[in-house]
Design a protein around this ligand. Structure first.
Ligand SMILES: Cc1cc2nc3c(=O)[nH]c(=O)nc-3n(C[C@H](O)[C@H](O)[C@H](O)COP(=O)(O)OP(=O)(O)OC[C@H]3O[C@@H](n4cnc5c(N)ncnc54)[C@H](O)[C@@H]3O)c2cc1C
Length: 494
């Protein structure tokens, strides 16, 4: 194990890609699960806060220490097994998404979750239940986790398998040392019925593994994971449809969403998507410098990606898409068809460039980005979107709006130019989160709560359920050493 005590070496452990910062006294770079256990036990014994981190790509400060020690998983980076027959991989938590996909690609396999930023670690993805573009088709990281090895704050080890479920509301697990951890889930504890990454996942009949996915490093440390893999499609349909009219864009998204989710419709139309991604007029303007062929008259765009299987012909599928667009009177001269891997990489790069460019702009200004991660029920989404963008324009704030519109999930990024705008942006950001919650949605569909959004968590689930979450935290981490300041504010827990 490497132990860093020189503060000059702490920079990478106390800053993240959202331009947030933290502070710590020591960094432990562990090499195996035994060392993880040692560090966790010592921290627990001497009441020292311990923050486990992946590659610091989280956008909520969840991986930043508020004080105490950092446990870095960067050296826990072995791909232990790839099983081509049974379609699974067993990995340590510090394996990057990029290196995993690179190992899988020659075998014709892939790991479905795709949170845009492929430098993230698998442990960080599980910690945040990351999702992204393809979660429309494949679900968030949770849906691809089969087994987890986990170390609790008191050093207890547990192995979970997705095949195990609890009896109704009686959450019950047995640790490797045969200790039983048991509590009842109140019926009132219900999370919003939209894509959501905020709050402990607890519900009747659940698999206990799900509580530890998306717990943002507050319940224990993941030391190993068995991941569900998929066979890579032979080819991909990747296309960007540009619109001059926003209403047409929303109609198109709705039709593709319905066709993808309904087997009969899918058969009739022959179209479906794994990813439905939206770009607003400001996003397109921001991208025009780098992607000069974006049509000048376009005010909105949708990127659609879909895997083509062995029994389908790429040409047939493209023809079906073309017929669909013609039937919807969508001008096909405003469509990019990603015909080869270079075109498809360009389209993917365009999507990734957007948050990266936004982060660069805001970093140069020395300010923090105010980016919503809200989702609302689909039938309310278009109105919500129009209200949100109009309210931002009314305040004269620069913004870009994009996101995973197949999941009615909006990233409205406000880019304040100075401190006055920052304050106006904060008030607006807060209103949008509150409005989304009031509509039965969430303030955090994929990035999690971290250290920035604790107030909204309480607002969304209510005082009673927040108290229940605190009880769960106390059961697994009685001294509150893990991820201090994440999910719960420092004064929420004693
Ligand atoms: C440009 C950009 C675009 C992004 N787009 C998306 C997107 O589309 N969708 C999306 O979901 N996210 C997105 N993200 C956020 C980010 O990529 C994810 O949150 C990522 O999965 C976090 O991984 P990480 O390794 O960086 O973890 P970190 O940021 O280091 O940690 C994240 C959380 O996981 C916990 N954690 C880390 N390792 C462990 C472990 N071994 N055991 C227990 N807990 C652990 C940490 O304590 C922390 O709470 C984006 C980020 C950037 C910079």
């Amino acid at each position: 194990m490497i132990v860093k005590e020189n503060k000059e070496e702490f920079y990478q452990y106390t800053t993240d890609q959202a331009n947030l910062s933290g502070a710590c006294d020591k960094v432990f770079i562990v090499k195996n699960s035994q060392e993880v256990r040692e560090v966790v036990l010592t921290a627990n014994k001497c009441n020292t806060p311990l923050t486990v981190c992946g590659n610091h790509t989280s956008l909520t400060g969840s991986s930043l220490p508020s004080s105490g020690w950092v446990l870095s998983t960067e050296e826990l980076n072995e791909i232990i097994e790839i099983n081509e027959q049974e379609l699974f991989a067993i990995v340590e938590p510090g394996v990057t998404l990029k290196s995993l996909q690179q190992a899988l690609a020659p075998l014709g396999l892939f790991f479905p979750p795709d949170p845009t930023e492929d430098s993230c670690f698998i442990g960080g993805m599980i910690g945040t239940n990351a999702s992204g573009a393809r979660s429309f088709g494949f679900g968030p990281t949770r849906d691809s986790i089969l087994e987890l090895d986990f170390i609790l704050a008191a050093g207890e080890e547990i192995s979970f398998s997705r095949s195990e479920n609890i009896q109704e509301d009686n959450f019950c697990i047995i640790t490797k040392a045969d200790n039983i951890i048991q509590f009842n889930i109140p019926q009132s504890y219900v999370l919003p019925d939209v894509k959501n990454a905020a709050g402990y996942f607890l519900k009747s009949g659940m698999s206990p593994i799900d509580l530890f996915i998306g717990a943002e490093g507050t319940l224990g440390v993941i030391t190993k994971a068995k991941l569900k893999l998929k066979k890579r499609s032979l080819d991909y349909v990747s296309l960007v449809v540009f619109f001059q009219d926003l209403s047409d864009c929303f109609t198109c998204i709705d039709l593709i969403r319905q066709s993808s989710n309904n087997f009969q419709l899918k058969n009739i139309n022959g179209i479906a998507a794994d990813a439905i991604e939206f770009f607003d007029k400001n996003s397109l303007n921001l991208l025009r410098d780098k992607f000069t062929d974006i049509p000048k008259t376009a005010t909105a765009a949708v990127w659609i990606e879909y895997g083509v299987n062995a029994n389908q012909s790429y040409e047939d599928i493209l023809n079906q898409w073309e017929s669909f667009f013609i039937s919807q009177e969508i001008d096909t001269s405003f469509i990019w068809f990603g015909a080869d891997s270079n075109d498809r990489a360009k389209i993917k790069n365009m999507r990734h460039s957007l948050p990266v460019t936004v982060n660069e702009i805001i970093k140069k200004r020395g300010l923090r980005k105010l980016g919503t991660d809200v989702a609302v029920p689909f039938h309310l989404f278009e109105d919500f979107y129009r209200m949100a963008t109009q309210a931002t324009e009314a305040k004269g704030l620069q913004y870009v709006a994009f996101g995973h519109f197949g999941n009615s999930h909006l990233h409205l990024n406000i880019l304040p130019a100075n401190e006055v705008e920052m304050q106006a942006g904060k008030a607006l950001y807060s209103k949008l989160c509150t409005d989304a919650i009031a509509l039965g949605g969430t303030f955090s569909a994929e990035h999690g709560v971290g250290k920035l959004k604790c107030n909204y968590l309480k607002q969304m689930i209510g005082e009673e359920n927040f108290a229940f979450m605190k009880k769960v935290k106390e059961i697994f981490d009685p001294k509150n050493i893990l991820g201090r300041g994440t999910l719960f504010k420092l004064n929420d827990l004693n």
